[in-house]
Design a protein around this ligand. Structure first.
Ligand code: HEM
Length: 341
């Protein structure tokens, strides 16, 4: 697929979804489907797909000890071990996993290699991707956490506190949150990086752009709802509470409005797509043997459970077989013809 097509096809798919949301909004008989059935359907696909993938991963055999190590392993007591780079007990491993999950440690160690002319290779750090990813994931987490205000009554104090903290800069009226700016900036960077850098462009697939555009669509529609096309938040909360408590009803205090239809349809599609996409890297990190295994292969012998007894031909047998020929060819022998070592 041409580079431009890789972008245009998923972009058109997301725009088509926006159009579908408009159709669903205009035709009142579709409201129940759009606001009730679709969220449940996509919620079920999300949960079932998620569990299915997790079970498949949990059942996958891990016959070899293959942690990714990047430092001195545990050895003699006078050789300093790199405890994060090469963990050999569960405490060290937990620490490494926490750094990976919360701060994307391995991405921070990302480096780039460039040709500097005359056959010279130059290695250097490249932390932009790390920064962009960290900014994106953390702001996404805070935004989703803040959304709990729509699904809870009374709203937990922690959600209120985080919402106030996020809006502390009072950016624009009504207050836009810090995370709104951060997520839009980070997503823009992640998109530009994919199209502007040849290597990233080459390995990018339409599915990568689809996930990006879906999330960008959700974030943009959310920000627009908050800043320009205000929606009836009480009606939204009525709907959200009715769905979460399994008493779905469109008997709302007001109309939720077109922007909310768009926001919700994109969220539903994102949810349904999630278990079948690369976004599953989020739970996947816990199941990655290169991340979750100890580097203890000096202390403990790891035996591949699938090993079958193999008929081997040892060097001693080989020498026995070819001793005369080896002697003639002047090759060194471990045991000579007289049986001496
Ligand atoms: C993947 C899930 C979701 C993401 C990433 C997301 C993202 C956003 C963002 C970035 C905003 C801008 C304002 C803010 O940051 O609060 C927003 C606003 C909003 N979202 Fe979502 N959203 C998600 C799911 C939902 C769901 C399931 C609902 C249904 C209740 C919803 C309802 C709203 C409403 C009503 C607003 C306007 C808030 C206001 O005006 O204060 N969102 N969303």
């Amino acid at each position: 697929m041409m580079s431009a097509q890789k972008v245009v096809v998923p972009l058109s798919a997301v725009l088509a979804l926006v159009l579908l949301a408009c159709v669903g909004y205009v035709f009142a008989p579709l409201h129940y489907f759009m606001l009730v059935i679709l969220p449940y359907l996509c919620g079920v696909i999300f949960i079932a797909g998620f569990i299915y993938r997790i079970i498949r991963w949990a059942q996958s055999p891990v016959p070899f000890n293959i942690p990714t190590v990047c430092g001195q392993e545990e050895s003699l007591h006078w050789i300093r071990q790199d405890k994060q780079g090469s963990p050999s007990n569960y405490l060290q491993l937990t620490w490494r996993m926490l750094l990976e999950i919360f701060f994307f440690r391995s991405l921070f160690r990302n480096s780039k290699t460039e040709q500097a002319g005359q056959g010279r290779l130059v290695y250097g750090g490249n932390q932009w991707l790390w920064l962009g990813s960290l900014a994106f994931h953390w702001s996404l987490f805070v935004i989703i956490f803040r959304h709990l205000r729509f699904f809870t009554e009374p709203v937990p104090a922690l959600v209120i506190w985080l919402t106030e903290l996020d809006g502390i800069l009072q950016l624009a009226i009504p207050t836009l949150f810090i995370t709104d700016f951060v997520i839009l900036a980070a997503l823009t960077y992640l998109f530009i990086r994919r199209v502007a850098f040849a290597q990233a462009r080459f390995i990018s697939l339409p599915s990568d752009y689809l996930a990006l555009f879906l999330i960008l669509g959700v974030a943009l529609s959310g920000v627009l709802m908050r800043s320009i096309f205000r929606v009836d938040l009480v009606a939204v909360k009525d709907l959200a509470l009715s769905i979460i408590t399994f008493r779905p009803s469109l008997n709302l205090s007001g109309s939720v409005g077109l922007p909310f239809f768009i926001h919700l349809l994109l969220v539903c599609c994102l949810l349904a797509y999630f278990p079948f996409s690369k976004m599953m890297h989020a739970p996947g990190v816990f199941f990655s043997p290169t991340r979750n295994m100890l580097n203890d292969s000096r202390r403990k012998r790891h035996v591949n459970p699938w090993d079958r007894p193999v008929r081997v031909h040892t060097y001693a047998e080989y020498e026995d077989e070819f001793r005369v020929q080896m002697k003639k060819a002047g090759l060194p022998l471990e045991i000579d013809e007289a049986g001496n070592k």
